[in-house]
Design a protein around this ligand. Structure first.
Ligand code: FES
Length: 164
């Protein structure tokens, strides 16, 4: 993940405009969640200048963009480690081993939720339901890859693989 504060690339603007086109012309701001996801995916995290660019691009007040970005846990407002590991701890998952898995990850990585390992490799986050409750513990890697049934053994194997 990037350390830069970032600016929206031309490519990202094209992708955002594709999202904007899904809504009526006077409802550009409806694409704000998709636009933030695109900006975050490109930059690694959402800096204030980057959110301001999204706001300008969508013709909406910056504060309205900040409200969205700070409300949803999937957006990152500070630089992350190379691997973002987000584990769901909502009730269905919590009842099926997610809390034990989260505790295992914290101990293994030596960090708490919202923290990054000293070597900059891993950031651990607590997630909200990913819609895969029957496959707990569920982990999302770098916002893109969902991993299911993440028992401590499988977590150990994942960390070993990602640490290479
Ligand atoms: S509660 Fe964890 S994926 Fe739904």
């Amino acid at each position: 993940m990037s350390e830069a504060t970032g600016t929206l690339s031309a490519e990202a603007r094209v992708r955002i405009d594709r999202e904007v086109a899904k809504y009526p012309a006077d409802q550009k701001q409806s694409a704000v969640m998709a636009a933030l996801a695109i900006a975050q995916h490109e930059n690694g995290w959402l800096s204030t200048p980057l959110m301001d660019e999204v706001a300008t691009h969508l013709g909406m007040p910056s504060v309205a963009v900040y409200e969205v970005a700070t409300f949803y846990t999937m957006y990152d407002l500070k630089p992350l480690g190379r691997h973002k590991l987000c584990i769901c701890t909502n009730l269905p998952c919590a009842l099926s081993g997610a809390l034990e898995a989260a505790a295992h990850l914290k101990k293994k990585l030596g960090v708490g939720f919202g923290e990054t390992t000293a070597d900059g490799r891993f950031t651990l986050k607590e997630g909200e339901c990913f819609g895969a409750c029957g496959d707990s513990p569920v982990l999302l890697h770098n916002d893109r890859k969902m991993l299911i049934g993440m028992t401590p053994d499988k977590l150990d194997a994942l960390i070993a693989e990602l640490a290479k």
